[in-house]
Ligand binder design. Structure first.
Ligand SMILES: Nc1ncnc2c1ncn2[C@@H]1O[C@H](COP(=O)(O)OP(=O)(O)OP(=O)(O)O)[C@@H](O)[C@H]1O
Length: 281
């Protein structure tokens, strides 16, 4: 019997060990008229199927620019993907055509943002918006999409979904709007959800309800989540692993408990020290 030596080449790993998302050496610049912002510098990270990876760091550290690079949603121009690769299920998203990426965006990779109004059309009834996403991705009939959208609104905990279906975004509270955005994001059953500060704009009690909802839906549907947040207490509650960013670079990464118990980097220590809620938890 021969035993193969352990392989270090990622392309040789068994399929079940391949991360769902693997970012290698990503650099993102914003080319402005008189200057260049190096927003993301040589960032590498990975997310396995079904797990939650949190990206933390101060404002301006490059969290959003990193995350928006995955579905290639940084505004271009001024954004330039200067180097690196973003492997989703082994395919480099940075090399796909807009058409190919369009089939992945929203369907296999979905996003929720801090402000639902950036995603929801203020002039369209909310139920129709959820149904339209489904029709776009699956081509099912109007009636089937309506039924599925009603189910989706119910699943995200919207009371009286038949009534809410017919309402416009401005008729809903911030928490309900966020639930509608989550329904819109998840109705296509994505394998990866990118959640960028999904609860920051909400009241504290609503924040924890929305987080609980995301965790429940993640477990139910087995999707992976990239969670961007400045709230380390939220990370401790929800994430498996964490990436700490500072000034466009990854300064530390690891299992949440390890990093929070034994931070290796000074910047991580400072972030943790600035989060008293965490010590109380
Ligand atoms: N569209 C843009 N045009 C120019 N510069 C940008 C653009 N988007 C981001 N930047 C710059 O890139 C850097 C990283 O920004 P990014 O939004 O990724 O940070 P962040 O860590 O997500 O911050 P926050 O927590 O405030 O959202 C910042 O210096 C920011 O000013």
């Amino acid at each position: 019997m021969t035993i193969d030596p352990p392989t270090t080449d990622p392309s040789q790993r068994p399929a079940d060990e391949q991360p769902l998302l693997e970012i290698n050496g990503l650099s993102v610049d914003f080319k402005l008229e008189t200057s260049v912002v190096h927003a993301v510098q040589d960032v590498s990270l990975h997310v396995r199927a079904g797990e939650t990876l949190a990206i933390v760091g101060e404002s301006g550290s490059g969290k959003t620019a990193t995350a928006l690079s995955v579905p290639r949603l940084n505004p271009s121009p001024p954004c330039v993907y200067a180097s690196g690769e973003i492997l989703f299920d082994g395919r480099d998203l940075l090399t796909l055509s807009e058409k190919e990426l369009g089939r992945i965006r929203g369907r296999e990779i979905a996003m929720v943002f801090q402000d639902p109004m950036t995603c929801l059309d203020p002039l369209q009834r909310v139920g129709a918006q959820v149904a339209e996403v489904l029709r776009h991705h699956t081509g099912i009939s109007r009636a089937e999409a309506r039924d599925a959208a009603l189910d989706a609104l119910e699943e995200v905990g919207i009371p009286d979904p038949a009534l809410r279906y017919r309402q416009y975004p401005h008729e809903l509270s911030g928490g309900l709007r966020q639930r509608v955005m989550i329904a819109t994001a998840l109705v296509g059953r994505p394998r990866l959800l990118i959640a960028d500060e999904p609860t920051t704009a909400l009241d504290v009690t609503v924040q924890s309800q929305i987080l609980d909802l995301l965790v429940t839906l993640q477990h139910r549907h087995g999707m992976a989540v990239v969670l961007i947040t400045h709230d380390l207490a939220v990370v401790a509650e929800t994430a498996d692993r964490v990436v700490v960013m500072n000034q466009g670079k990854v300064v530390e990464t690891g299992d949440v408990l390890d990093v929070f118990d034994r931070p290796a980097d000074d910047y991580t220590r400072k972030l943790l020290a600035a989060t008293p809620r965490l010590e109380a938890a």
